[in-house]
Design a protein around this ligand. Structure first.
Ligand code: PRX
Length: 581
């Protein structure tokens, strides 16, 4: 494992001081469920726990959100303001007739209105479905159709992207347009509603939060698998219990913290740790509309005196590439904890952080399906660079073999978790068989391969399926293949993840062409452009190779494993099922 443990000393007040004792004594009810305020009159609502309870408990004046726009605009919201605005939007939704369990898609950049509307929807009993604003029309259509979207909240320019697909979403009742700072002169299309008008004409005083229970659905996030289109992972209000707990234990939130999460709510990290964990813990959140930038991120950390920073390995590798020199220009003395998630964090990155920020980077592991952090390098414990840390109190994890029995220490097997944790997904939306297939002999099978060392630290070894992890985002090869074969030139497409030093993997496609088409650089560029416009730059292939024959099994399934082995010059393995003509 090659790297020395890194201990962080000096802070004796971590939220988790004695890991072994905490695990031994941990009780979900006393240590987590009971720490929520619960709705007056009974029930649980995650937005109430995130915002309203702080107001009720006399913390209304505390800063909840500092928003910084792409052009360095700034807005600040106290918990009271966030409550009032989200109540207001809850009323708007209620007036529009929202019913408990209606799905509301939010397709916009990280504007304050994204957060206000998300909280308002949750308070009115709806389910939020946030999507990346970079998505092209195809992924938005697939997801809205699959979920049966009732409402869409978006901005004028993003709405234009969807003009062709929205009429096809038969369940859609209203489109609400956020025209921030009146940026657009003519923001509405026929039938659209204006967010600003609705908010102005509505009625925050009269709003009463929906009496949701912990079992009501709150969020749906789409995630990719090896086969088929992405599936909707449904989470309940109950998930907030573990989000709160892990925010405290794994990210060490205290009410004094200024916290910067670089994830977008289109990704589960951006809701679990960009909305619910921080605000239930009463921290001040810095939200930045812009994307990655070493200079801009460092400037924000310095200016707003960020204390806790949660990011992803690809970003860390880009920061490493930007170098240590630029760090010297900034004051990082406020920073006391850095966390990372989404892909393997290479040990060099942990060490580099320690040398350059004076803080090691703490890796932790979880998935859309787990809803919250499951294992972590905790602030109070030595870090083993390259490992994902140890399970949080209350969670049992293991590495198991094909008979679902734990493998010996140090051996590689399937990473599994004992079901029943509070933030466990409730369903894959309308895909029961697939959901059930994830649970075997008392274990939830994560789909990752891992090993565990003698002290209970888990080490990521790879995925057990064909899903591509590019810059922390899971891409289902099928979604990309489906887009490519819509181009008239393409007969078949096989898509793999190709190792990449920064993004971990990039999406690479192999295609066979229809008879009238010839391979060329131009065609390759055209196919990349075509899939970018349909999907998004993040999902579309970055490289395309033309092949004469697509390797397939006798039953006609494309053998991505073989494409990958050939790409990497590795042994082809078992090819007994290969059908090549
Ligand atoms: O393969 C693992 C990888 O990302 C997957 C989960 O991705 P997603 O559902 O998009 O969840 C994002 C929320 C974190 C995992 O199955 N992954 C996540 N964290 C790590 C990781 N791989 C290695 N190390 C990690 N710390």
């Amino acid at each position: 494992m090659g790297y020395k443990e890194i201990s962080k000393s000096g802070n004796e007040n971590y939220n988790l001081l004695d890991y072994d004792m905490a695990r031994k004594k941990f009780n979900w009810w006393n240590d987590a469920f009971n720490k929520m305020d619960w709705l007056p009159g009974g029930g649980l609502n995650n937005a109430f726990e995130a915002v309203d309870r702080h107001v009720i408990n006399g913390k209304g004046d505390k800063l909840a959100m500092i928003w910084v726009g792409k052009n360095e605009e700034e807005e600040k919201y106290t918990y009271l303001e966030l409550k009032q605005k989200s109540d207001n939007f809850g009323s708007v939704m209620r007036n529009l007739g929202i019913k408990r369990g209606d799905k509301v898609f939010i397709f916009m950049d990280r504007l304050p209105e994204l957060y206000i509307s998300a909280l308002g929807i949750l308070k009115s009993g709806g389910i939020i479905a946030p999507l990346f604003s970079a998505f092209g029309p195809d992924p938005v259509k697939d997801r809205m159709e699959d979920a049966g979207a009732r409402y869409l909240i978006t901005t004028p320019e993003l709405r234009q992207k969807l003009d062709d697909i929205l009429p096809q979403i038969k369940t859609l009742k209203n489109v609400i347009i956020v025209n921030k700072d009146s940026r657009y002169k003519d923001p509405l299309q026929k039938g659209d509603l204006s967010y600003e008008d609705l908010m102005q004409s509505c009625c925050e005083d009269k709003f009463e939060i929906e009496h949701t229970t912990q079992y009501d659905f709150a969020i749906i996030h789409y995630t990719s698998g090896s086969t088929g289109k992405p599936k909707g992972v449904l989470h309940r209000h109950q998930a907030v219990i573990q989000q709160w707990l892990t925010g405290k234990l794994a990210l060490d939130f205290t009410p004094e913290d200024i916290y910067f999460c670089t994830a977008d709510p289109g990704w589960v990290t951006g809701t679990s740790y960009g909305i619910l964990a921080p605000w239930t813990n009463g921290v001040t959140q810095l939200i930045y509309e812009g994307g990655f930038g070493a200079q801009s991120w460092y400037k924000l950390i310095e200016k707003y005196k960020v204390t806790i920073w949660y990011t992803a390995p690809t970003a860390v590798r880009l920061l490493m590439r930007a170098g240590g020199k630029i760090i010297e220009k900034f004051d990082f003395s406020s920073l006391r904890f850095i966390g990372s998630v989404g892909e393997p964090l290479n040990p060099e990155a942990v060490v580099w952080g320690n040398e350059n920020y004076g803080l090691p980077i703490h890796d932790n592991w979880w998935q859309t399906e787990t809803g919250a952090i499951m294992c972590a390098n905790f602030p109070s414990m030595p870090i083993r660079p390259g490992s994902m840390g140890r399970p949080i109190p209350g969670i049992e994890m293991s590495v198991i073999d094909e008979n679902y029995e734990p493998v010996p220490v140090g051996e590689i097997g399937a990473l599994a978790v004992r079901p029943g944790w509070p933030s466990m997904m409730y369903a894959y939306w309308e895909k029961d068989e697939m959901y059930n297939s994830r649970f075997k002999k008392g274990w939830y099978i994560t789909g990752d391969q891992a090993s565990m060392d003698e002290d209970g630290y888990f080490w990521f070894q790879g995925r057990a399926d064909d899903v591509i992890n590019t810059a922390g985002h899971l891409v289902g090869p099928f979604e990309v293949e489906s887009a490519l074969i819509e181009h008239p030139a393409v007969a078949e497409a096989g898509v793999i993840g190709k190792p990449d030093p920064i993004a971990m993997e990039i999406v690479k496609a192999f295609v066979t062409l229809n008879p009238d088409f010839k391979p060329s650089k131009n065609l390759s560029r055209e196919l990349i452009k075509f899939s970018r416009s349909k999907l998004s730059a993040g999902i579309a292939p970055r490289e395309i190779d033309f092949v004469d024959i697509m390797p397939k099994t006798r039953s006609g399934k494309i053998m991505r494993r073989l494409l990958k082995a050939r790409e990497l010059g590795l042994p082809e393995g078992d090819i007994s099922t290969l059908e090549e003509d």
